[in-house]
Design a protein around this ligand. Structure first.
Ligand SMILES: [Mg+2]
Length: 347
């Protein structure tokens, strides 16, 4: 197994639990399996995965597929999820290529989807800016829009949610993401507003550690989706507490594509939906996440339209967003010959 560090600038700073970041730094991973090279990507994100230094250290200790770390911490959380993701994705793409199958076909129990619907994300902004961005997304063909809330006074956010529904019309699926910003009373009030406006779900209304609090928020006429809680409390605890109607799964934070599908199967046994999204990854992990989404039966719109947040990338994107959907690359592995240059180690 070989790794090659990369650093990609973001178009604009991204706020994370550990402060704003202006670039994504990670590792391209190459694994040879049966004479076929597979690519993976390990791109740690503060607050969601191990640190860059821990990721680098974990990757340097991995010799190949046989040394994929299997150890997990509390509640089924892998200890070094980004490093594990890089190795697991590389091994899986090599095996899929060797079998002449797309990664989605290799991973799926049944025939995978040809295309995956994706949501547009409308960031925090004034009421007018929020309505304008929603209209633009609908004009581009998105049938699901997610709006960021929680940074403003709840009354202003309530007005923004109404403006989003009005701009989107009745047929567009809507979601709100509070990133853990509210207390219980505010969350109840805002969920009632979202229910009245026929939003599908509100993501992470309460701080991530409050798993029980989320369980209590369910049943108010709008779904509760959990994202940050999967990284902090872990999927096993979230599912055991019946804390969510939907899980927002980031393969990079869950330790790899196969780990993510395991979580999705456990969720689906409990009637919990799974949405696949990224940690603002480079193209290898993004395309990997597209295959994971395609491998899930009846996956709802996913948070996979994140490529535009990067100013630069490792290679051209073979799975771009078009009209609110991504066509799943059909060639063997991630995308046939699309990444052949990256499969060659640098001279
Ligand atoms: Mg989120």
């Amino acid at each position: 197994m070989e790794t090659e560090p990369f650093s990609l600038d973001l178009r604009s700073p991204l706020s994370t639990a550990s402060g704003p970041i202006s670039r994504r730094e990670g590792f391209l991973v190459r694994v040879e399996h049966d004479g076929v090279v597979g690519l993976g990507e390990a791109t740690p994100l503060p607050g969601w995965t191990e640190s860059y230094a821990e990721c680098e250290d974990a990757l340097s200790g991995m010799r190949g597929p046989e040394s994929l770390p299997s150890e997990t911490g509390e509640a089924g959380r892998p200890r070094r999820p980004a490093a594990r993701h890089g190795a697991e994705l590389a091994v899986a793409t090599a095996e899929a290529r060797a079998a002449g199958e797309s990664l989605a076909a290799f991973l799926a129990d049944e025939t995978p989807a040809d295309t995956v619907a994706v949501n547009a994300t409308v960031g925090d902004g004034s009421v007018d800016a929020t309505a304008g961005a929603t209209r633009e997304a609908v004009e581009e063909g998105f049938s699901t829009v997610k709006v960021k809330v929680g940074a403003r006074d709840p009354d202003v956010d309530a007005t923004r949610l109404r403006a989003v529904r009005e701009a989107a019309g009745d047929d567009v699926g809507l979601r709100a993401d509070a990133n853990g910003a509210w207390d219980v009373e505010t969350a109840r009030r805002m969920l009632d507003v979202a229910a009245e406006l026929d939003f599908s779900y509100v993501e992470q209304p309460l701080p991530s550690a409050d798993v029980e609090g989320h369980a209590d928020l369910r049943g108010r006429g709008v779904g509760v989706a959990l994202d940050e809680s999967l990284a902090t409390a872990g999927p096993a605890r979230v599912l055991a507490a019946d804390a969510a109607d939907a899980l927002v799964c980031k393969p990079m934070a869950l330790g790899g594509p196969i780990r993510t599908l395991d979580v999705a199967r456990q969720a689906s046994e409990r009637g919990v939906d799974v949405v696949v999204t990224t940690t603002i990854d480079a193209v290898i992990a993004r395309v990997g996440a597209v295959h994971v989404a395609a491998a899930l039966p009846d996956v709802p719109a996913c948070g996979l339209a994140t490529g535009a947040m990067l100013a630069d990338d490792l290679a051209p994107d073979p799975a771009p967003v078009e009209g609110g959907r991504i066509r799943v690359p059909a060639g063997p592995g991630l995308a046939g010959d699309a990444f052949s240059a990256l499969r060659q180690p640098p001279e």
